[in-house]
Design a protein around this ligand. Structure first.
Ligand code: GLU
Length: 307
């Protein structure tokens, strides 16, 4: 690395945490590259965590493919890859802590039974608290929800500025353990970020409004809150998010420098055109020398013509 780390940011631990539901596409490369650059320029560590907790949604072979794609783009991670599917014990411990503190309650509401409830701006149902007073009779496999108090939760996003949400109003009591027994993303991500000592979360803006829920959980569990930065999502020309599940074109196996150059441009760091043709290591060295998170567009999404 040719850039001297900024000592005010050390020690820095960043991470990339893809769900292996499909290979990386340009949108996920933007998130990976932004978080890698931010960590590397700070002289920090960059961890890779495969978020395969939701087994039924994971596609066999994709976790390996993602690792190959990252390595091909020059995004090397530090230490062993962590798999959420192997970490049930630490999620169970955190869940037990919330139960013991009376923070969680069982719920028999199904998605279908909540279909008519109002939705928030993200399209999520605001849970009306039906099971707060007790589980209806006959429910044998409840989900578990966190009891969310009315409180405005604010955080300083390094890209988007100060953001506040009252999760009680916007999402209500949210699920931390699903009816099928799996721990929910919100719980697992908070436990893992803390267990791995993550200090800086840099990820896609699709997760922006999950952050207040995660901060609430961190407070309930007595865990530190990392610094957050949410990078613009990449959408197609029609404004649709590129999504792994919707089979957005996966990154091709060749032309990585060109792809990384496209991702850099989306991140507000268009490289000189001579560098976009490679070699890749020269492009990444240029990117490290020029990276400033203040140059990342503070937008929820950026549309591109073709993925
Ligand atoms: N696993 C999540 C995803 O692929 C990302 C989680 C996170 O970065 O907090 O969308």
């Amino acid at each position: 690395m040719t850039v001297a780390p900024d000592p005010s940011l050390a020690p820095y631990v960043g991470r990339f945490a893809p769900s292996p539901t499909g290979p990386l596409h340009l949108g996920s490369l933007v998130a990976a590259l932004g978080s890698w650059l931010d960590a590397r320029v700070a002289g920090g560590r960059w961890l890779l965590r495969i978020e395969d907790i939701d087994g039924p949604r994971c596609v066999p072979g994709v976790a390996d493919q993602i690792q190959r794609q990252l390595a091909a783009c020059g995004l090397e991670w530090d230490g062993p890859v962590v798999f959420q599917s192997q970490r049930d014990a630490i999620y169970a411990e955190a869940f037990g802590q919330l139960l013991a503190a009376g923070r969680a309650y069982p719920c028999g509401c199904t998605r279908a039974s909540l279909a008519q409830e109002p939705r928030n701006a993200e399209g999520e149902t605001r849970y009306p608290g039906r099971c707060r007073a007790g589980l209806p009779p006959g429910v044998t496999h409840p989900s578990w929800r966190l009891r969310v108090e009315e409180v405005s939760t604010c955080f300083e996003d390094r890209v988007r500025g100060t953001l506040c949400q009252n999760p009680a109003e916007d999402v209500g009591d949210f699920i931390i353990r699903r009816a099928d027994g799996l721990f929910a993303y919100q719980l697992a991500v908070v436990v893992d970020d803390a267990a791995q000592g993550v200090t800086h979360v840099v990820r896609g803006a699709d997760l922006l409004w999950n952050t207040p829920r995660q901060i609430l959980l961190q407070r309930q569990l007595g865990l530190p809150t990392p610094q957050y930065a949410h990078l613009p999502l990449v959408t197609d020309a029609g404004g649709r998010k590129l999504s792994k599940q919707k089979q957005a074109p996966a990154l091709s196996d060749n032309g990585q420098a060109l792809l990384v150059a496209r991702a850099l441009a989306i991140l507000g760091h268009p490289p000189p055109s001579a560098l976009a043709a490679g070699p890749l290591h020269e492009l990444l060295t240029w990117a490290c020398a020029h990276w400033a998170i203040s140059r990342v567009p503070a937008h929820a999404a950026i549309a591109i013509d073709a993925a």
